[in-house]
Design a protein around this ligand. Sequence first.
Ligand code: PMP
Length: 408
Amino acid sequence: MPSSPDPTARPLDALLRDELAAIDRAALRRTLRPMRRREGATLLVDDREVVDFASNDYLGLAADPRLAGALRDALDDVGVGAGAARLVTGDDPLHERLESAIAALKGTERALLFASGFAANVGVLPALAGRDDAIYSDALNHASIVDGCRLSRAAVRVFPHGDVDALDAMLRADAGGARFRRRWIVVEGVYSMDGDLFPLDRLVSLARAHGAYTVVDDAHASGVLGTGGRGTASHFGVDGAIDVTVGTLGKAFGTAGAFVAGSAALCDLLLHRARSFVFTTGSPPAVAAATLRALAIARDEPWRRDRLRDNARRLRAGLAALGRPAPGEADGHVVPVLLGDPTRTVDAGARLLADGFAVGAIRPPSVPPGSARLRLSVSAAHTPEQIDALLEALAAVPGVPNADPVPA
Ligand code: PMP
């Protein structure tokens, strides 16, 4: 055993500070900023109320007192922690009730809860795909999908974002069952940073033609798109044709956690194989009670989806009038304003915050280099006046109004 310290070794903190300095030089330094959610799409930031255009609270449920009430009632009944993994002693009847309600919403045989969307993706892909498989993954898929692909050890083929023809060509190039045991295509329903939709009708036909299986992360569409908020597959009329659907509960449903919806066999296998399900403490059961309330409200108050679409249309029309038409559907609820440069984007975000609006100032690695942007997310809780006020503020932000617009 060596007894004297290595004189050439630098203290770990010095090394880490060097890395942080490099992040600074690239204008990519980030900090946490505490803020508190209030009703009416507002946040309290440094004791100041600002309108929230940064959260994924699409249906305006996160601060709904009915969810808090359901949580409180359940807490009195079941306490806080699940105490153990669900496969040990952490499985509460509320978990099972929520899974049944999600399966009913999605029109699938079964659903299985995960602690988060991130945990779902890093659990599901390695549980299904292995060394002998290929995964075809959209270039703009979320970090958790990228990590899930890597953990699976499958051959990963990344195809250009939304490009069904390129995907077809890749599938053809790898044709035949001989080369890979199984082939999986993984996409998002609504892209989190671009707000556009993957054409799931085309995906389903392509997958069928090539004998591939489909995995759709519907984090940003569950509760929002399709009949009764069933999701992107319903929007494209291919309900029931997706093999594996992942959805989150921390966005439109306003609580926390995530689910996988699909066949009974799928969920049963995941319960054995998805390591982020097996080896983690069950989520607090009272949160499941709040989510059950959220699902019921999302079903019984369809006006929320109508208002969300109206609000999105209003914001997008206003941006188009500023020469900044946002890509995606005319009523898409995720609205990017591409500025390109990270410093300009952060400055724009800071200025809007000073004006009373929280918006996402998104830089790499959340988006590809050179595509820093403001990410505006619309909520059913916004009023038309709040949207008009944001547009007025955006019009005064240097670099946002575009006198010489290029098509989105
Ligand atoms: N998938 C996508 C497409 C997402 O946008 C996100 C969240 N940003 C996640 C998964 C992760 O979900 P969660 O926040 O529940 O971990």
